[in-house]
Design a protein around this ligand. Structure first.
Ligand code: HEM
Length: 313
């Protein structure tokens, strides 16, 4: 359901949320805490609030005073290193995987950019790249957080690509970029009053599953089974235990798309300059070793049976 108004009354935001019972998932628990009735529609609303905040930063009132810059912020910083993820989303880089051998430039802000997100919508236009991406993110994170209503009326099951390595491989993301993204998820949750222990559990799972290079296959979405899930594929990313790099190599940096994209989109065959973006590569040179708190362990193979359990506990 799309909202006509940006005003949503969050029941207990800012108030002390009692401790989550061990038999209730993070999604179900905070849906009840914040939106009162725990059903598929409200769970989808919670995921919309969370993911939209991750993308554009704080936009809801009230919130608990946690500042969330958002993944599109031009002033992102992670462990003292500048991060700017915008060119991956606005078509500035030929970094999207359309199934061909090279990345293509694609504009994911073609559905009204931030304005609809601020109205708790994924996009203005259902046929936009933005609508597809945002709804896939609601669905994917809804499963990760154990929403019991996923697959029911009001909350469609994840229908995007199964392998996060394949989706992100032409982006060649480094640990600062992935770390910044994951940090925004944690901050967004904190801004809605999610307890620290729950945030740590989520962040730990995201780091373990996506923030190591060449990780063996694991399961994020149960129905999609074992898949390569490493989103961090730049050589600066820490190597996973039991790494399988031959199957998921680190590719060369994405090419810079034309500053004005012909027709909004383009491939990197003719319309791109031949050098990696200098601003991206220079701004992202590491100044310190990334701080990845959770070490990859063999038990994290097939994580999402595991992780979903962890989050559902
Ligand atoms: C924990 C980290 C992350 C998770 C779990 C995640 C998850 C996802 C998911 C589920 C999709 C939708 C795939 C589909 O529609 O088939 C997606 C797409 C995308 N993600 Fe990520 N992502 C993460 C980090 C990042 C980072 C750091 C960036 C940096 C720019 C990024 C950029 C994108 C872009 C541009 C797309 C659209 C790709 C396309 O459709 O071609 N993601 N991501």
């Amino acid at each position: 359901m799309l909202f006509k108004s940006a005003i949503i009354t969050l029941a207990t935001i800012g108030a002390a949320v009692a401790q989550r019972p061990s038999n209730e998932s993070i999604c179900d628990y905070y849906t009840t805490a914040l939106l009162k009735q725990n059903n598929a529609t409200n769970q989808y609303t919670l995921l919309t609030l969370l993911v939209n905040t991750v993308v554009i930063g704080n936009y809801t009132q009230p919130n608990v005073g946690v500042s969330v810059p958002g993944i599109l912020s031009p002033k992102g910083m992670y462990n003292g290193t500048k991060v700017n993820l915008m060119p991956y989303f606005d078509g500035g880089l030929a970094s999207s995987n359309n199934g061909s051998k090279m990345g293509v430039a694609k504009n994911f802000l073609d559905g009204g950019a931030a304005a609809p997100l601020m109205k708790n919508m994924p996009a203005d236009d259902k046929s936009s790249n933005q609508y597809k991406l945002m709804t896939h993110l609601y669905q994917f994170f809804g499963s990760l957080l154990g929403c019991s209503g996923v697959g029911m009326t009001g909350f469609s099951a994840y229908s995007g690509h199964a392998s996060m390595y394949e989706v992100h491989k032409f982006m060649v993301l480094d640990p600062y970029e992935v770390g910044y993204f994951i940090e925004q998820v944690g901050l967004a949750a904190a801004s809605f009053g999610v307890a620290k222990t729950d945030i740590n559990a989520v962040v730990g799972v995201l780091e373990s599953m996506f923030d190591y290079r060449c990780a063996p296959k694991s399961t994020a979405i149960k129905s999609q089974g074992l898949q390569y899930q490493s989103i961090c594929s730049d050589e600066k990313c820490p190597l996973a235990m039991n790494s399988t790099c031959a199957a998921q190599p680190s590719l060369s940096q994405p090419l810079v798309a034309n500053s004005t994209l012909a027709g909004g989109e383009g491939s990197n065959s003719t319309s791109m300059s031949g050098t990696p973006t200098s601003s991206m590569s220079s701004s992202n040179s590491p100044s310190s070793t990334p701080n990845v708190a959770v070490q990859y362990t063999p038990e994290l193979t097939g994580l999402f049976s595991g992780a979903l359990l962890l989050l559902a506990l």
